[in-house]
Design a protein around this ligand. Sequence first.
Ligand code: 5GP
Length: 348
Amino acid sequence: MEQQADIFYRELPKVELHAHLNGSVSVRTVEKLISRKPQLNIKHDMTAIGKGQRRTLDECFQVFKVIHQLVDTEEDILMVATDVIKEFAADGVKYLELRSTPREDNNTGLTKRRYVETVIKAIQQCKNEEVDIDVRFLVAIDRRNGPEVAMETVKLAEDFMLASDGLVVGLDLSGDPTVGHGKYLLPALQRAKNCGLKLSLHLSEVLSQLEESDLLLNLPPDRIGHGTFLHPEVGGSQSLVDKVVKNNIPLELCLTSNVKGKTVPCFAKHHFKYWYQLGHPSVICTDDKGVFSTDLSQEYQLAASTFGLGPDAVWELSRRAIDCIFAPETLKAQLKHKWEELQPQAFQ
Ligand code: 5GP
């Protein structure tokens, strides 16, 4: 049976701003995918990192490759996206920004355009079914694919920003942080910014990226994913911190992901503490709820128990996340109203 404390975190209305679609696939959905493709001989333990387990970042990226093998048709993407959206809704997430890297597959006829269209279709289907969640989409650039693909991705995102009825709101930069250099991606990111796409960039996820982080912070991005090694205590620098603070760039922080991916040694040493104590906008997120076997309620509970946050502080943390969303101000106001309505229920 759920404890009273667990119920509070489930009832807490939440905003999820850092969720990679294929990293968010649940065990239940993986089962359906495996039964569609038994010939691949993929086992459950190849798609998720269980409780108490840790992997290197490199090993985590191998897991995504396995999931990509399972998700390679429009039907798969539609099922994965609708399942993921409904699971976030069931976890009390009221506003979700999903991100995903458009892929093409010559064997199945999947194109990058159809990929994005299919995610949008899933969002619209959930809306038509009145699932209680507002969902937006960030088109992702995988840094491993270099500047030309990055520019193509920006153009695709630009088209959809204009033609998706406000569902495509921005761009994500992700992929293996040890591959490539952000300086080559600057023209694509600058173009995205100029055309009105919001930018969420994975930044300083590993220690060796100080110069790159400095360059990318000059854009500046609208939000930062992880930012694990920005601050001086862990090998970053005060000037990086100053840039983040001066531009008031919110951070998307994913506790379980960083500990399981071994970029942070333990929860108590997570950089949430640094940024939260600074009073800087910090949003708790899941990153890859399927791969890291977590959900957003658990992540809030983990932050609270690790850093000694009481219910009022947790409530504020979730409410302040609304200010960091990429959707328009009108929606922010509606969400704040929703939080007010739901407060008595969460605290009863
Ligand atoms: P997808 O874009 O296929 O929906 O989601 C999986 C992809 O998201 C991965 O292949 C990788 O490019 C990106 N991704 C997921 N989690 C992380 C992370 O923690 N760090 C980085 N840099 N990229 C990630």
